[in-house]
Design a protein. Structure first.
Length: 220
């Protein structure tokens, strides 16, 4: 019998003391906090066993331009519509190097989509991006805000949770995921969709016997 298990994929951009650098010279001294993105993957079984992996997460150029557009209320011809917002998760199977499903290929800032997108659900109308007989984007479960108390509340953290349940992405080899923007959160929305952030990790086989829970942290 296949043992049921849940897999928790936790995505964070972290800022901490290890990221601090000092600049000395003719200019004023500056202390710069730099983000260190990573993914934490937990595998939880009924025996409460855990497995932890960490991989990088990256906000791509299009996503960065989208943030600037929203902040300044200025449209950029090279970016998505400034009225788009982030509300969809996509999955893929092209996040590893050829020949090794456990060797992730790092994302790049020039990425504009997942390498090889995979279908998520054929009948769940809360999903979006329907083509080739299935939906390819899944809505978030929840978005909450919290202060970054580990860094004297220097950052506001948006915590994004998405659960891929027993009927989602079954028999798919999942090794990449992305957050996507669109102009609507409505189920069945047809797009367009634009990649905001992408992460790659060692391949996880998704079946009806497990769930994938993505917890994505965005720092502002």
């Amino acid at each position: 019998m296949i043992e049921k298990k849940d897999v928790l994929v936790q995505v964070e951009d972290r800022y901490g003391e290890e990221c601090l650098t000092d600049s000395h010279g003719k200019r004023l001294d500056l202390t710069v906090r730099r983000p260190v993105g990573h993914v934490e993957v937990y595998e939880l079984t009924k025996d409460n066993k855990k497995r932890l992996l960490r991989k990088s997460n990256l906000i791509v150029n299009v996503g960065r331009e989208m943030i600037a557009q929203h902040t300044l209320n200025v449209e950029s011809s090279a970016s998505p519509d400034k009225d788009e917002f982030i509300w969809w998760l996509g999955l893929g199977s092209g996040g590893t190097n050829p020949g090794d499903p456990f060797d992730p290929a790092p994302p790049t800032t020039s990425d504009t989509d997942l390498d090889t997108e995979i279908p998520i659900n054929a009948v769940d109308t809360t999903c979006a991006d329907f083509h080739d007989g299935a939906y390819y984007k899944h809505p978030f479960d929840d978005v909450t805000f919290e202060q970054d108390v580990n860094n004297d509340s220097a950052w506001l953290i948006a915590r994004v949770v998405t659960t891929l349940g027993p009927t989602d992405a079954n028999n798919q080899q999942v090794n990449e995921a992305g957050l996507f923007s669109a102009t609507s959160t409505a189920g069945g929305h047809s797009g367009p969709f634009h990649l905001f952030s992408r992460v790659t990790f060692p391949t996880i086989l998704k079946t009806s016997e497990n769930q994938l829970i993505f917890v994505w942290y965005l720092y502002f």
